[in-house]
Design a protein around this ligand. Structure first.
Ligand SMILES: Cc1cc2nc3c(=O)[nH]c(=O)nc-3n(C[C@H](O)[C@H](O)[C@H](O)COP(=O)(O)OP(=O)(O)OC[C@H]3O[C@@H](n4cnc5c(N)ncnc54)[C@H](O)[C@@H]3O)c2cc1C
Length: 377
């Protein structure tokens, strides 16, 4: 029988919590390290909701990974009895000629996804809370909805602990080094040896791995919560939504029915020089773009937000995440740069991390992602 591998997971956030679950489920001796405690809101995973969708406007090649993630979302829910995901649909709205509208319809046709196309009149009848411009339409992705980020991170971590993983909370890792026979992890308490390490530190990736051949672009994202003027948002169908152009934005009716969360795309976010010094104060002029969007496309929302939160996310140039072993360090597997669309994929990414850490390879179709080796080549 093969010896049980000892694997460190550095960063028990979105991807790391799934990695500890998948590694522990496969019998590895797993130790997870996080600078805070799993479920915290100081990084990429706060704000109560994230969109889950099947149709992909970025690239249809994500759909098989989403299917893998879909099965694991169900499995984590079944193993823990927690409702982590709710399928309420997701509306993608924008000019019919826009690239992203075309790509989403291509991904639907290619993979036979359950959907409806709604023209302006039909959308106004079914979902009066949204307003489309001339030449715009909406695609309703039916196998879509929201996932609960904090609860998911906590639940996956807890499940991993039940399966034998050990989680070191409030334990930042200072250094990771490949040795001839594995990996050394250094913390305040000293240096420990592991057979392999999975590095899922999100916005801290440039700091912890200064040897990355390209930096990940870290951005500061604002989420704003708005209260509806009518009850239209609290009906049975409460899909998440994304608008493609002219201003890319997304939103989710909050699970408690009280408000609607709205966020913006990457271009509208300031870079973050140091993730340890994230400026979490939102100044009034940063809200202008939200007010404009609401006036034009979401007339049923009061334009003054009732709540604001600030998060961070890492972006790559291509928006494809970096997944794979670090160049010159085969036992260090990196997952980073999820570019604003990683949460829905996270159980699949945790499973892929487990494949790579335990077997050095994966059967999942990740060749199109920015695998770390290919980017470095
Ligand atoms: C506002 C916002 C909205 C989004 N909306 C969506 C959406 O609707 N749908 C979707 O699919 N995706 C969405 N995303 C993207 C998704 O949330 C991210 O891609 C994902 O959370 C990134 O996960 P991660 O594991 O890379 O980072 P994180 O979840 O941030 O995890 C990194 C972890 O590493 C820990 N850490 C850092 N440094 C160290 C260290 N040195 N030692 C130990 N631990 C360390 C941190 O404490 C943290 O827990 C959104 C992101 C944001 C910010």
């Amino acid at each position: 029988m093969a010896a049980r591998k000892r694997v460190a997971v550095v960063g028990v956030g979105t991807m790391g919590s799934q990695a500890v679950w998948r590694l522990a489920a496969r019998g590895a001796d797993v130790v997870g390290f996080d600078r805070f405690a799993p479920g915290h809101d100081r990084s990429a995973a706060g704000g109560e909701t994230r969109i889950f969708r099947s149709a992909h406007f970025e690239e249809s090649r994500y759909v098989p990974l989403l299917r893998q993630a879909d099965g694991l979302w169900r499995r984590l829910q079944a193993e823990t009895g927690r409702e982590l995901r709710k399928l309420t649909g997701c509306l993608l709205m924008g000019p019919t000629a826009h690239d992203q509208m075309r790509t989403v319809l291509e991904s639907i046709a290619e993979h036979g996804l359950d959907h409806e196309v709604l023209d302006r009149e039909e959308l106004a009848r079914r979902f009066p809370q949204y307003r489309l411009d001339d030449g715009e339409a909406a695609v309703l992705d039916r196998h879509a909805g929201f996932v609960r980020p904090e609860l998911t991170v906590l639940t996956a971590t807890r499940r991993a602990e039940e399966l034998g993983a050990s989680i070191r909370r409030y334990t930042p890792v200072h250094e990771i080094a490949q040795t001839g026979s594995g990996v050394e992890i250094s913390t305040e308490a000293g240096t420990e040896h592991f057979d392999a390490a999975v590095v899922t530190v999100g916005p801290w990736v440039n700091q912890l791995l200064p040897g990355l051949p390209w930096p990940v672009d870290i951005r500061r994202l604002i989420n704003a919560w708005f209260v509806p003027k009518t009850d239209d948002w609290s009906g049975a169908e409460r899909p998440a939504f994304i608008r493609t152009a002219p201003v890319h934005c997304y939103g989710l009716p909050s699970p408690d029915g009280i408000s609607v969360k709205v966020g913006l795309s990457r271009d509208l976010h300031r870079p973050v020089a140091d993730p340890n010094r994230l400026d979490r104060t939102v100044v009034p002029h940063e809200l202008d773009v939200f007010a404009e969007l609401i006036g034009r496309h979401f007339p049923d929302l009061h334009p003054d937000p009732i709540r604001l939160s600030v998060f961070m996310e890492g972006y790559t140039d291509s928006s494809r995440p970096l997944v794979g072993p670090l160049p010159g360090a085969d036992d260090i597997v990196v997952l980073a740069g999820f570019s604003g669309h990683g949460f829905k994929l996270s159980p699949a990414m945790g499973d892929i991390a487990a494949d790579l850490a335990l077997d050095g390879t994966t059967a999942q179709p990740i060749d199109f992602l920015s695998t770390v080796k290919r980017v470095a080549a």
